[in-house]
Design a binder for this molecule. Structure first.
Ligand code: UT7
Length: 312
């Protein structure tokens, strides 16, 4: 049996904050942010919108696309590092808000690699025949942990959610191979301070990301018995355009075969890969039977990649 994504949705909050808005409140410039990161604007959630609200909006769209009811979901996995509160988990809040009364629920914390970690976890449960449908959500409200005194990090992040229903797909489709990894020795380079703000050694994370994104992408192709030439589309975690470009070059793909949504949303951590998938599907750049490589990295440090044949 093969597991794959049978429905996918996203939600970004209404409020848009441009680089020009940030210029007014800190010592930065649109020019620096655009050229160093690729970001032009990001979305921030309203004060009365928390992580679980963003998650529910994306989950409803994913369920509608998959054509399933909340009662049919067996497990909810929420990848996030910005929970509404430490517990109950966001997954339990989503379970309640959706009325997914038959679902077990838990959060998974792998930072920006979270969507891949949860997707791969979901695959195991579906292929073991334990659950027919698993709801995977990648969601962050990073605006609540931004350190507004630190221009190195404050300009990078945005809020958003993506959700996928993972279920059985036809032979040859779905998640063909995966790689997950972690290096706790790098935890000090990207973390949440006791004051609940993000701290990062950008240069160290940058070096790690450039190395790891390329390696993981190549590794999942090897594991699936495929080569770079087989890849139709690359969906990298949207953290920095220069990191994304290095992964694309490693796979020797032309620019039009890589998802680039960072300019609209900034770095939405666990949400970014799923948000990109939705936008690329809507734009018609990802089609049935395309071979996709999804690859991400994040705090932990963590990383993950999958090779996936798109379609049910
Ligand atoms: O999802 C995973 C999370 N994290 C990442 O993916 C981040 C990985 N790292 C990066 O993306 C990059 O390292 C950054 C975008 C964070 C920084 O880019 P950089 O090219 O590595 O810049 P830098 O840290 O070497 O700083 C270059 C200069 C510095 O000034 P001086 O010391 O050369 O005078 C910074 O103070 O840029 C300055 N700078 C800024 N200037 C204007 C740093 N942030 C800003 C800013 N506006 N917002």
């Amino acid at each position: 049996m093969n597991a794959g994504i049978i429905g996918i949705g996203k939600y970004v909050p209404e409020k848009v904050v441009t680089n020009f808005d940030l210029e007014k409140i800190m010592d930065t410039s649109d020019e620096w942010i655009r050229t160093r990161t690729g970001i032009e604007e990001r979305h921030f959630a309203a004060d009365d919108q928390d992580t679980s609200d963003l998650a529910v909006a994306a989950a409803k769209e994913a369920m509608a696309k998959a054509g399933i009811t909340p009662e049919e979901i067996g497990l909810i996995l929420v990848a996030t590092v910005t929970q509404d509160q430490n517990f109950p988990s966001v997954a339990c809040m989503v379970q309640e808000k959706l009325g997914a009364v038959n679902a077990a629920a838990m959060d998974q914390a792998a930072a920006c690699a979270g969507f891949i970690y949860s997707l791969v976890t979901a695959k195991q449960f579906v292929e073991a025949n334990a659950y027919k449908y698993v709801l995977v959500v990648g969601v962050e409200k990073l605006s609540k942990v931004i350190d507004w005194k630190d221009r190195n990090t404050a300009v990078l992040f945005g809020d958003g959610a993506s959700a996928a229903i993972v279920g059985q797909v036809s032979e040859g489709r779905g998640i063909l191979s995966f790689e997950l990894g972690a290096d706790g020795t790098g935890g000090k380079n990207l973390y949440l301070t006791p004051q609940d703000t993000i701290a990062m050694n950008g240069r160290e994370v940058f070096k790690f990301a450039v190395r790891q994104m390329g390696e993981s992408a190549v590794n999942v192709l090897d594991k699936a018995g495929l080569t770079k030439e087989d890849v139709d589309f690359l969906v990298p975690h949207q953290a920095n355009i220069r990191i994304m470009e290095s992964a694309r070059e490693r796979l020797e793909l032309p620019p039009e075969k890589m998802s680039k949504t960072i300019q609209k949303y900034g770095n939405t951590s666990a949400a970014s890969i799923g948000i990109s998938l939705v936008d690329e599907l809507e734009a018609g750049r990802i089609k049935e039977d395309d071979l996709l490589v999804l690859v991400g990295f994040g705090g932990g440090l963590t990383w993950g990649a999958v090779a996936m044949r798109w379609g049910k």
